[in-house]
Design a protein around this ligand. Structure first.
Ligand code: ADP
Ligand code: MG
Length: 421
């Protein structure tokens, strides 16, 4: 498919109403339209979906989009139908569909109406689905959240590792697009190897979030009081507070409420109805703060989250980056504050001790990196970006003074003594 830039821009306008591509989108889309394997590494919010949605809409046949979460797929399908006003142009194929619904989906695909078919890896590996899909015209396969392939990622899904074999069965030379917001070189290597895309063109955006301010405070027994003070100083602003345990989530939410902060708890122990009620209260700004376990956040798109506090140290820099990444999506202020005590690290280590040895080794290695982040006296932005294989100029780079260490440089020893106290 050979297209001019004007064609691409008019399609962007026609389907999405946008007049400009964001970041690396245009190059990615050109590459996909030329039927080349493509690997896209862009931070959350970077606009990865459009990278496969637009070429899918433009190309003949159906694009398969592999995605790990049904909720994410539903959102995207609704959004696509909203813009195209054409029913059937995007579908989800999963085990919750009725027989009649499955029939409709398959009809739409056969008739060439369906441009995007979202599937979970479990559905794609089903024999009947493979048999059906190998007989229809496919444009490409997009593997979203491709880090799920890697044990070094923050969200390993074993089923993702079977995708390559399935894709081979769907047809010859079907182009593959892998997309992820996980930038560590290890994870990228795993993805490329597992999806067999050594020839893929790699598009990697910068992971720098210059509007986020990074800070680590030593965690003392007064941590709750400190958090209350912080939240009160930021009254009326939206924020997320992450805690390790469900118990702590509920306790802290209560402590905040008692102190006059409007807050709701959120964790996977609540039933679906309660979870969506609390989530909506936060999204609709009926409350300022959500106190949550990491169960909260994936796929949440609230642009004006002004702070993300970690009451407990996260399990890796990767997770920390993802979780803090929910702040300041609109480009405005976003304060990322983590409380750190070495004691908590030991807790996490103990937590892992029941797991298989290989998993423990990976877990501990990741943990040591976040400890180093917490204890460092260098630019935290530089530290994070270095972890992602990116060079950052801590003097002139964008956001160079946006962390505690850069604002108030401390002599090394003093900094260390303080956080380990
Ligand atoms: P990611 O998957 O990389 O986290 P999304 O695909 O969810 O990001 O996109 C994030 C946001 O950016 C969405 O609200 C989307 O509508 C918006 N967006 C994507 N591309 C563009 C563009 N070219 N112009 C304006 N907004 C865009
Ligand atoms: Mg995405």
């Amino acid at each position: 498919m050979s297209l001019t830039n004007t064609d691409l821009h008019s399609s962007l306008k026609k389907y999405f109403g946008f007049s400009k591509f964001k970041g690396l989108q245009e190059g990615v889309i050109q590459n996909i339209l030329s039927d080349n394997d493509t690997f896209v590494i862009m931070p959350t919010g970077g606009g990865k979906s459009l990278c496969y949605q637009l070429p899918a809409l433009m190309k003949e046949g159906t694009a398969i989009v592999v995605s790990p979460l049904i909720a994410l797929m539903k959102n995207q399908v609704d959004a696509i139908r909203g813009i195209s006003e054409q029913h059937g142009i995007a579908h989800v194929l999963n085990s919750s569909l009725t027989k009649t619904e499955v029939k409709q989906v398959k009809e739409d695909i056969v008739n060439g109406v369906t441009k995007l078919l979202y599937v979970a890896p479990e559905s794609l590996t089903k024999e009947e689905n493979v048999e059906f899909l190998r007989k229809v015209k496919l444009s490409f396969v997009a593997v979203d959240e491709a880090h799920c392939i890697s044990e070094w990622g923050h969200d390993f899904r074993p089923e993702y590792r079977n995708l390559r074999g399935i894709i081979n069965r769907l047809g010859d030379n079907i182009p593959i697009i892998g997309l992820t917001a996980t930038a560590t070189p290890k994870v990228q290597e795993d993805i490329i190897k597992n999806l067999g895309m050594t020839d893929a063109k790699v598009f990697k955006a910068s992971f720098n979030r210059p509007n986020l301010f990074y800070e680590v405070r030593p965690k003392t027994k007064n941590v709750d009081a400190d958090i209350i003070r912080f939240v009160k100083q930021n009254q009326g602003k939206s924020g997320i507070i992450y805690c390790l345990s469900r118990k702590r989530v509920e306790e802290l939410a209560q402590v905040l409420q008692v102190n006059g902060v409007s807050a709701v708890p959120y964790h996977a122990g609540f039933d679906a109805k309660t979870r969506s009620k609390y989530q909506d209260m936060f999204l609709m700004e009926e409350v300022d703060v959500v106190v949550a376990t990491i169960a909260f956040g994936m796929g949440i798109d609230k642009p004006d989250v002004r702070f993300v506090i970690h009451h407990d140290i996260p399990k890796s820099i990767e997770s920390y980056y993802q979780e803090t990444g929910r702040a300041g999506r609109d480009g405005g202020e976003g304060h990322c504050l983590a409380y750190y005590a070495y004691k908590d690290v030991e807790k996490l280590e103990k937590f892992m001790s029941g797991k298989p040895v290989a998993e423990q080794e990976i877990g501990n290695a990741l943990l040591q990196e976040i400890v180093a982040y917490a204890e460092t006296s260098m630019s935290r932005r530089k530290f994070i970006l270095h972890y992602f294989g990116e060079d950052f100029d801590e003097v002139n780079g964008e956001g160079a003074d946006m962390d505690d260490n850069s604002r108030n440089p401390k002599p090394k020893e003093e900094a260390k003594a303080e956080v380990t106290k």
